[in-house]
Design a protein around this ligand. Sequence first.
Ligand code: MLT
Length: 388
Amino acid sequence: MTLRPAHRLDRIPPYVFAALAARIRALEAQGMDVIRLDIGSPDLPPANFIIEALAAAAQRPDVHGYPSYTGTPALRQAIAAYYGRRYGVSLHPDHEVLPLIGSKEGIVNLTVAWLDAGDLALVPDPGYPVYQMAALIAGGDAYSVPLRAENDFLPDLDAIPVEVAQRARLLWLNYPNNPTGATADLAFFEKAVAFVRHYEILLCHDAPYCDVTFDGYRAPSLLSVPGARDVAIEFNSLSKSHNMAGWRVGMAVGNPTAIKALTLIKSNADSGIFTAIQEAAIAALTGDQSWLQARNAIYQARRDLVLAGLAAAGIQVEAPKAGLYVWAHVPSGFTAADFATLLLEKTGVSLTPGSAFGAHGEGFVRVSLGMETERIREAMGRVGAFRW
Ligand code: MLT
């Protein structure tokens, strides 16, 4: 007898950071001191009051059973309150808000809820690989929409062929952008809303970096565009905004039909977020937010350290206004993968090759700021001393 998984897995490569982690473990086993500037996993903890809220809630006897499939009413209200305060967007906590076990599962489950076999998702390239993989998991297909430097890493929606747009059921956007660090303004979001309205596509905006911003920049929510909730859903997460990546708590907000479809898939596929984590998420969203400014100042200083270090090494970079990453040009003569491999093997500095985010990421590497400042300084020293 031969056991085999579904044929759809033939189109799905190992997750980029899972593959990289395995390679890094092998190098560490040989004694190499690897500095991981690849994955965007915040090294700093959340504020103490959030950890205390988790600890206090975990002591309660009533939090250990199955949680609610749609999150507690208090968490949905806290999310709605956060959107009201932070973006001026008013949401109905019962129909327009759904807590998630991190936004990654929401991205996959929404895609499963929305695509039939052969349907198309329009995905940014370069982009977070999960948008494309979710389409393949759902039995659909993904069409890459290029993000080019000359267009400020915004998609040229008018360049999408009409027959492709007519087949598409989802359009993914992500600003502040991973991996390029680009930002989008409301005028661009208005254009995207008009585009999806014309083609009857669900617009999905992934917005986990909105609260990681520099130099006074404030990122908008797509839902600020009038009428956006008729055609759009926004994903958000406490992973980056509140340093809670390992806690797995996020949210989908916006179009009630999309929220309902996502709820149907999720309630059949998972059993919700541990109630004590929901309590901590409420504290994070409704408590004092001033610590985020100090946290962003740390990221901004790291960004500047990386910009200076790479520029001194002769690597071309531009300063991002937001997000957790610096998007840097690969020196001429290298592919992104070859350069990242060379740096990893010769210096122990691990960056993500831009090609891991799609064909249009070729020629770039992504540098994560989610690492202790002194380790980033050391990494820049190693890169500066290396001759390629
Ligand atoms: C990244 O791009 O590094 C991610 O945010 C980490 C992940 O979700 O796998």
